[in-house]
Design a protein around this ligand. Structure first.
Ligand code: ATP
Ligand code: LTN
Length: 329
């Protein structure tokens, strides 16, 4: 079972990223043959960015993944731009990707609506680069949060269309989305997902927030005016906190509901805050140790890229060959 996932280089990963994706990466290390994780710096070029900050954020994100428990003896961790096959395959796949399919992508529409200056062509073809990331490794499984489901489905469609047109070349990947925690909601606006770009910083718990900040954010989470700790469509805020506690404690949401039955929101929020603080504390501590050593991080990424390249190179070569690109083998 080959596992592949990508994560954007940002300095500020939040609890949604951690619960929806990073937690799954760590778990995937023992199932993956291998598990391959990529910091997608080229995807970050599709919206406004600062070149210096971009490089720093790659280190921030790599350090975060290592602090979360990725172990490069058990997985491959690398920077997307270090393996040129990703960009080459993007171009090859663009010939079997329908313009209309790209136009339907929710994330493209959302990000377009937010751009004040330039809606780049890169933003439009972002999902092809993501398909190339996955298909270049013939990955079977792609662990992501719920917001990436549509992109992985497009990657599947692209693989199927390519295979039909040029012969069996790519594995058609399956998405892997956690049962609980696939969509952690904003604490201030529980009708939208917790996101790096949302308006209110109070709505997102950052993995590196100190305990006091986490406590404050969780305790001021928006809830309904009732008092029952149970999941319901009209109780988005409480339902979200139940999901969070259930993941962080490793128990079923039902167990959380019965434990807090009749206890009111105050006691419940206190328990959620404590559990999240405890959950993130070791990650923050390890991050503080790992992040300063940029040379070591660079070395780790470089070694990861060598291993990634060894897998992607023959697969992308096959794609070229069946398409009639370059000399016959
Ligand atoms: P954000 O919107 O916060 O910037 P993103 O999806 O744009 O996140 P990444 O940092 O690359 O960018 O996301 C990493 C992973 O985190 C993806 O698999 C994504 O599905 C997942 N993820 C993002 N937000 C949430 C959330 N609120 N709940 C669960 N998973 C999430
Ligand atoms: N678009 C994804 C990041 C990403 C990815 C991938 C995820 C880029 N390439 C390949 C899975 C597989 C996001 O989270 N914003």
């Amino acid at each position: 079972m080959r596992i592949f996932s990508g994560i954007q280089p940002t300095g500020r990963k939040h609890l949604g990223n951690y619960i929806g994706a990073i937690r799954q990466y760590v778990e995937g290390q023992d199932r993956g043959d291998p598990a391959i994780y990529c910091v997608v710096d080229l995807h970050a070029l599709t919206v406004p960015f600062d070149p210096h900050a971009l490089r720093e954020h790659v280190y921030d994100t790599a350090a975060m993944l290592l602090a979360a428990g990725l172990d490069t003896d058990r997985c491959i961790l690398f920077r997307q731009s270090d393996v040129p096959e990703h960009t080459e395959l993007t171009w090859l796949l663009s010939s079997v990707t329908a313009h209309g399919d790209l136009n339907r992508m929710h994330q493209f529409k959302e990000k377009t609506a937010r751009q004040r200056e330039l809606v780049s062509a890169g933003l439009f073809i972002y999902p092809i680069l993501m398909a190339a990331d996955i298909l270049a490794y013939n990955a079977h499984e792609v662990p992501v949060g719920d917001d990436q489901r549509q992109h992985v489905e497009l990657a599947r469609d692209i693989a199927v269309r390519f295979n039909e047109r040029f012969g069996e070349t790519f594995v058609v990947p399956e998405v892997r989305i956690p049962e609980v925690g696939a969509r952690i909601m904003d604490l201030q606006d529980p009708s939208s997902k917790m996101s790096t770009t949302s308006a209110s910083p109070a709505g997102r718990v950052l993995v590196l927030d100190d305990p006091k900040t986490i406590e404050k954010k969780v305790k001021s989470a928006v809830t309904d005016s009732g008092s029952e700790v149970r999941r319901a469509p009209d109780k988005a805020g409480i339902s979200n906190l139940i999901s969070i506690l259930s993941v962080v404690r490793g128990v079923e949401p039902e167990q959380v509901e019965s434990e807090f039955d009749g206890q009111g929101y105050g006691a419940f929020k206190t328990a959620v805050a404590e559990a999240v603080v405890e959950y993130l504390a070791p990650v923050r501590e390890r991050y503080e140790e790992i992040r300063p050593d940029e040379k070591a991080l660079e070395k780790t990424l470089e070694k990861g890229a060598e291993r990634a390249h060894a897998i992607a190179h023959p697969i992308v070569d096959d794609a070229r060959r069946v398409m009639g690109v370059g000399p016959a083998a």
